[in-house]
Design a protein around this ligand. Structure first.
Ligand SMILES: NC(=O)c1ccc[n+]([C@@H]2O[C@H](COP(=O)([O-])OP(=O)(O)OC[C@H]3O[C@@H](n4cnc5c(N)ncnc54)[C@H](OP(=O)(O)O)[C@@H]3O)[C@@H](O)[C@H]2O)c1
Length: 304
């Protein structure tokens, strides 16, 4: 038997249990990974809280969509992966468990310099941030407004836009401003008065918006004259049809992209702070913290 996080009804962290399941094994074309770290994401709890968020989700369900660990079984027909390889990868609602079984196309090699927690937390926010940032194609001469800049997605979007030569203004709580300044982001507090603060921080105007927080930033971008096609949101779907803005989020993951993100974080070219780690037995506490929505970076569960 092995352990897995599971929920059998919709609700808050209290519906999460650690259950004993039959130990899974790698079938033909599959690899089994003994999990060392599994990242937590807002997507996990949005689906768990609200059955309408992902109607195709059947219960009971596992939890967690990204992981890092050590390959301990290789099925027939798999080449290029060996027992003992350290990897990171993605899986649908099954990562928070002792073992994950996936095809090798959902894995990338873990760079030796990358610690387990970071490796287990990169995949989903990295894929989303890269696609969203590419959607507005920032470059020198751009001033990009990034909302929730201290969150996992916003941190990476901010850094990707800066790497592309743009100036970045990021919204965050005061407590996260110093960290953001260290990355080259100009931080501003969100909430009432945001428009005045952004105007003061960007006297020549804003040319693009990367939104992970909702209506406030999107409407401000429009008010400041940003071309709707250069406003991308990953959370404010009503604005897409209403204002003609973009909504490019996560998707189309590839092993090559995951390897590239892991390499950028391992080399320090991208920074993804780990706000906290928890053991599997603390899964309810971990999601309670995540669901407070005020984090600098990622929360990751460590195993075994
Ligand atoms: N569509 C997609 O494909 C996709 C993919 C990934 C994520 N998402 C969504 O994108 C959002 C961001 O995800 P995440 O993983 O980066 O982190 P998250 O945990 O949802 O966000 C944490 C950040 O949100 C900030 N925040 C909280 N309330 C805010 C507000 N009113 N205005 C501006 N910022 C606020 C917090 O900033 P402070 O701590 O500084 O207060 C914190 O740093 C989530 O809603 C998630 O579901 C969508």
């Amino acid at each position: 038997m092995s352990r897995a996080v599971q929920f059998s009804r919709n609700g808050g962290p209290e519906v999460l249990d650690i259950v004993e399941v039959d130990e899974p094994h790698a079938g033909r074309g599959e690899v089994r990974v003994s999990v060392r770290a599994a990242g937590l994401n807002a997507f996990d709890f949005k689906v768990r809280q609200d059955a309408a968020y992902l109607p195709s989700k059947k219960l009971p369900s596992g939890q967690g969509n990204e992981f890092a660990g050590v390959v301990d079984e290789v099925g027939d027909g798999v080449d290029g992966v060996s027992i003992g390889d350290e990897v990171l990868g993605w899986v649908s609602f099954a990562a928070q468990a002792d073992y994950v079984v996936v095809p090798p196309t959902q894995l990338a090699a873990k760079p030796a310099a990358l610690d387990w927690a970071t490796a287990g937390g990169i995949g989903l926010v990295g894929n989303t941030a890269k696609r969203a940032t590419d959607a507005i194609a920032p470059g020198p001469g751009d001033t990009v407004l990034v909302s929730a800049a201290a969150g996992g997605v916003g941190l990476l979007e901010s850094q990707l836009a800066i790497r592309a030569g743009a100036t970045v203004i990021g919204t965050a709580s005061e407590a996260n401003h110093e960290f953001l300044r260290g990355l080259g982001v100009i931080p501003v507090a969100y909430g009432p008065g945001l428009a005045d603060r952004v105007r003061a921080a960007a006297p020549n105007g804003i040319t693009a918006v990367l939104d992970s927080a909702g209506e406030e930033t999107v409407l401000l971008g429009l008010e400041l004259g940003v071309d709707p096609k250069r406003i991308n949101t990953i959370v404010y779907s009503p604005g897409v049809e209403k204002y003609g803005i973009q909504s490019v989020g996560g998707g189309g993951k590839t092993s090559a992209e995951l390897a590239e993100l892991a390499s950028l974080v391992a080399s320090g070219e991208l920074v993804l702070p780990i706000a906290a780690t928890y053991r599997l037995s603390e899964v309810r506490e971990a999601y309670t913290r995540l669901e407070s929505r005020h984090l600098l970076g990622k929360i990751v569960m460590l195993l075994p």
